[in-house]
Design a protein around this ligand. Structure first.
Ligand SMILES: [Zn+2]
Length: 209
């Protein structure tokens, strides 16, 4: 899997949907410019296939489901395939990063009760609790035990949404080999020719505006 840093700007400044961001990025994505994250060959990747993913987003004050078409490229040198995913798409999840952070923010900053949040975003209480637990686990992983105790959850969330996300997302993946708020494990190394287990971050060829 090749993750792409798209979120160079603060998440608070993003006024568009996950799908629009994704489609805008993919129309300008050039596979032949990629470096294979497995063998390091440059210029050997080309389009192999596409697969559909449904992403739940929150657009204009409403929950919104959209479909995206994820490109998989294949490296001619080592024959591994890699899905191309910008950093606002959580691997193996059906909810977009903006959606999950928005739900959690409403709770962390005490905008609404848990029941009211779940009703507004049409999610179950158990789903909400899973995200809250995952957020806490990843915060602790990222900060370390001692710093985690000293860092208020609100301050951590403020840092995430009010700074460019790309630096954090790259570093998180390089430390832990999975993405922030990714709940499903990466596929096993030995059972597939695809390199889904191998998450590497590369900068995109342009910045979103
Ligand atoms: Zn390769």
């Amino acid at each position: 899997m090749i993750r792409k840093n798209l979120l160079f700007i603060k998440m608070l400044n993003i006024k568009t949907s996950s799908k629009i961001l994704f489609d805008r990025f993919m129309t300008r994505f050039v596979p032949s410019k990629e470096t294979c994250p497995v063998c390091g060959s440059r210029g050997e990747c080309h389009v192999h296939a596409y697969y559909g993913r449904t992403i739940t987003d929150f657009v204009n004050g409403r929950r919104h489901k959209c479909s995206i078409s994820v490109m998989r490229v294949i490296c001619d040198s080592c024959h591994h395939t890699h899905a191309i995913l910008p950093d606002h798409i959580i691997p193996y999840g059906t909810y977009g990063l903006f959606f999950v952070l928005r739900v959690l923010s409403e709770h962390i900053f005490q905008f609404r009760s848990i029941e009211s949040i779940c009703e507004r975003y049409e999610i179950s209480i158990s789903q909400f609790r899973k995200w809250k637990c995952l957020f806490r686990q990843h915060k602790k992983l990222w900060l370390g035990e001692l710093e985690n105790l000293k860092t208020d959850t609100r301050d951590f969330m403020k840092t995430l949404v009010s700074n460019p996300y790309n630096g954090f997302s790259s570093e998180f993946i390089s430390h832990f080999a999975f993405s922030f708020l990714q709940s499903h494990k990466n596929p096993s190394v030995c059972c597939s020719e695809s390199a889904g287990y191998c998450q590497k971050i590369f900068l995109p060829d342009y910045r979103i505006t």
